[in-house]
Design a protein around this ligand. Sequence first.
Ligand code: EPU
Length: 453
Amino acid sequence: MDKFVIQGGHRLSGRVRVEGAKNAALPLMATSLLTNEEVTLTNVASLADIASMRKLLGMLGVEAHLGDDRVSMQTKDPNAIEAPYEQVRTMRASICVLGPMVARRKRAVLSMPGGCAFGDRPVDLHLRGLEKLGAKIELKNGYITASADRLKGATVFLGGPYGSTVTGTANIMSAATLAQGRTVIESAACEPEIVDLADMLISMGAKIRGAGGPRIIIDGVDELGGTTHRVMPDRIVAGTYAIASAITNGEIIIDDFPFDSLLAVVDRLSLIGVNIHKITPDADDRCCTVRVTSERQLKPAVITTQPHPGFPTDLQAQFMALLCYAQGNSVITEKIYPERFMHVPELARMGAQLLRHGPTVVISGGSRLVGAEVMASDLRASASLVLAGLAADGETTVNRVYHLDRGYQRMEETLRQLGAKIERVSDRPASDPSVLRGAGMAAGAAQSMQDES
Ligand code: EPU
């Protein structure tokens, strides 16, 4: 398994462009199941999860062609309805195909996604939502079977114990585009990826209002057509590079920075002494170019992860690494996934002073981290360890970086361009072109028990 070897203590500087968002692209790819016409996505990052979704869609009769940063998809076999365990186990976000499948093909058989490294990940809200739309749901031998002659519009409540569900909202919204009549999703997820999905569905002919807010209204249509859509930039990647600048006392210019989607993160960064300064006006009201610099002495902070527009759980681990360098005690409370703390013992191996009590971690900042050999256990925990390694004294080895390949496009190359001393040590031959592209990444992803996407 590949690992990163990092020589810490180098200040990062330079310019980086944020790639297309993984968590937007996955449900966007699933829209190809809603039409027989060709659907093209641009600004698609080269990631293991994208390769996994492409493979899954292939099993479901969708032919996909990859270009440089684009993927064109078209349904060739609408009778393929089964998504097997071997594929679904490599990526939880496989659940995104369920709604489109039952809406268009009347029947879907999907292996039930399991829990993941950071806890139980139920899909009850997805299933209850589809039932509300008239689908018959059966669970047998670890598989979900959903069937309906035609879905019927209804009011669907998607609030759960930890807020709404992002992929659940994507599933129900996508399915409802082809339902008969009006669907109202109450307590919908407000994440920007839902807005991106709604924009794409609308360009395919769907009638959707309210995406981005807690009530989404969808008036079903008889069919959808093809489209070309640019995937929104990845707000979590953008936040990670902003933290990379801050933790190394660097100065990084970030293009395609989805500022409006990151207001809570920008707010917390400013509060602790990291400046995010817009240096170009917003190109399309959503993104801009920013310069990230920081004051030498960072202040501590109190952070609680929340559904959007609150502080995102997907940046919690990275922020914790940064707060190790703040002068004073910080507190992080995880309100989306109370068990999402696998980075805590690994950061502690690097000298971080962390005290966990349930869903809360107290970070006693102010002492320098030291390099160590650490184990990546999920995507964002891995990013946190890489950030810590960039700042730490000495050498850090981050094992199992296939997790990172799921969600960051060639992270080590980007960091190296910014001045980091970081190497990927591969156990595959360097000449193997699949090491960094689809197949190899998917193989890497398949090494995990159950992914975290
Ligand atoms: N939940 C339920 N029932 C459900 C669905 C969710 O109780 O049927 C709970 C979950 O257990 C969790 C909360 O609701 O406590 C929110 O989960 P959600 O369904 O919103 O998560 P998701 O849609 O499975 C997406 C991202 C995750 C990100 C979360 C939260 C994708 C492909 N994945 O997951 O991304 O952490 O939203 O923002 O969009 C990552 O990129 O590293 C990642 C894990």
